[in-house]
Write a protein that binds this ligand. Structure first.
Ligand SMILES: Cc1ncc(COP(=O)(O)O)c(C=O)c1O
Length: 435
């Protein structure tokens, strides 16, 4: 099935010439799943040729309400008339901060930035300054953005023995890589072993509480919480994906473990480029400008921090998310896909075990035996089949970044979930026939 029309092909050709490296990102979407999106509304987007897609990518997660939610659009339009950027406190961003502090269990104070990568960068810096230590423990396979301390063992093809990181990019100074120690998700012994060697210089343990789509096993996050406390390191939950998505209070509410700091982004800002660091008030004391040159000090600043348009969008978005029934709905559509996708694969005659994992409105499909507990379990599954499955979904009008997570929104109806399942079943059939 041809997924690209003439206008799309022309635009992609122009993009390949004008964009450095030929892409917007660090990865390439397979040629036959490349889409140029001209418009989005609700759970749907339309490409440059007018072809409709059910959007299960949601801008890589932010559009938890769907595209063009009327409350968000109205709030943004209103703000556009009042001004778009001040670099000073404004009522919108103060209200937005208040909402975070009220909602997120660990949040006594908050600071805004523009992207998730900035948020994790500053969370790590805050931890280093607050503890006076230098090392960061991160988990293999976890993604915390593109900054030098995060781009370590995110998706290594050839992982090194723990705790040695594999940088995800060339050009990262050795000092940054050496400051990061790697452990295995869902494996408290590997965390203990890092702490036994370097615990006295450990500033923070950063964890995605749901790592990509891997669920934390019972006791894992609580165990990490205890180990961090015992060795004097801060615990950072990177909730860029899970914040306001798995529950109103994020993964820390859903899984019942409170970190010292967390990062927030994507879902909470109605699609606008806003992220945040939130946590214990005393940790943020090191950012006080009056400390500069006099006491330990963490520089935390940015031109768009506190942007009123993003804050207005975020406030409107959180108002919708705070309504009764929202998180039950998001959980139920995710649960339905997780239950029915493996059955659809079996019915399609696929001779490979299919795992549909994740939590809330986040679902990822893997091809290979379960249970999937760690990045290395994921690495042992069939990556090509996973990508191919995503390409087939796109060809059938279900938009996804092939091989990555499927994101669902409040705009997805039950009929839309049926449509995902139909497209998946056909895609599984294609994969089965090709084997
Ligand atoms: C858990 C997590 N942290 C951090 C980031 C980086 O966010 P950004 O792409 O906004 O820099 C991402 C991006 O997907 C993420 O999923």
């Amino acid at each position: 099935m041809e997924s690209t029309g003439p206008l799309t092909r022309d635009l992609v050709g122009r993009a390949r010439r004008v964009f450095g490296g030929g892409t917007l990102h660090s990865w390439a979407i397979p040629e036959d799943a490349t889409v140029v999106i001209a418009r989005g509304q609700g759970a749907y987007v339309w490409d440059a040729d007018g072809r409709e897609y059910l959007d299960c990518h949601l801008g890589s997660g932010p559009l938890l309400l769907g595209h063009g939610h009327p409350a968000v659009t109205a709030a943004v339009k209103e703000q556009l008339d009042r001004g778009v950027s001040f670099h000073f406190f404004n009522p919108q961003v103060i209200d937005f901060a208040d909402r975070e502090v009220a909602a997120v269990p660990c949040a006594e104070a908050v600071r805004f930035v523009s992207t998730g990568s900035e948020a994790t960068f500053y969370a790590m810096r805050l931890a280093r300054v607050f503890t006076g230590r230098s090392k960061i423990l991160k988990f293999e396979g976890a993604l915390h953005g593109g900054q030098d301390y995060a781009a370590q063992s995110t998706s290594p093809h050839h992982p090194r023995p723990f705790p040695h990181p594999v940088p995800d990019s060339d050009g990262i100074p050795a000092g940054a890589t050496e400051s990061v120690l790697i452990a295995a998700f869902n494996d408290l012994d590997s965390v203990r072993s890092v702490i036994a060697r370097r615990g006295d210089d450990l500033a923070a343990i950063i964890v995605e509480p749901m790592q990509r789509a891997l669920l934390p096993e019972a006791g894992f996050l609580a165990g990490v919480r205890d180990l961090a406390k015992e060795c004097g390191a801060l615990l950072i939950f990177d909730e860029i994906i899970t914040g306001f998505r798995l529950a109103w209070g994020g993964a820390q509410e859903r899984y019942g473990v409170e970190p010292d700091l967390c990062t927030l982004g994507k879902a909470f800002a109605g699609g606008f480029p806003v992220a945040a660091i939130a946590g214990r008030r005393e940790i943020f004391e090191v950012t006080r400008p009056e400390r500069r040159g006099k006491a330990t000090f963490a520089w935390l600043s940015g031109t768009f921090n506190g942007n009123p348009v993003g804050a207005a969008a975020g406030l409107a978005c959180l108002e919708v998310l705070s309504q009764p029934g929202v998180y039950d709905r998001l959980q139920s559509i995710g649960d339905r896909l997780r239950a029915e996708l493996p059955v659809a694969a079996q019915e399609a005659g696929l001779d490979v075990e299919v795992q549909a994992i994740g939590d809330g409105p986040v679902v990822q499909v893997f091809f290979g035996p379960g249970p999937l507990r760690t990045y290395r379990d994921v690495l042992a599954t069939d990556q090509n089949l996973r990508k191919q499955f995503g390409v087939e979904l796109v060809k059938r009008g279900v938009l996804t970044n092939p091989g990555e997570k499927l994101y669902l929104s409040l705009a997805h109806t039950d009929a839309d979930i049926d449509r995902v399942l139909d497209a998946a079943q056909e895609s599984f059939r294609i994969l089965a026939t090709a084997r």
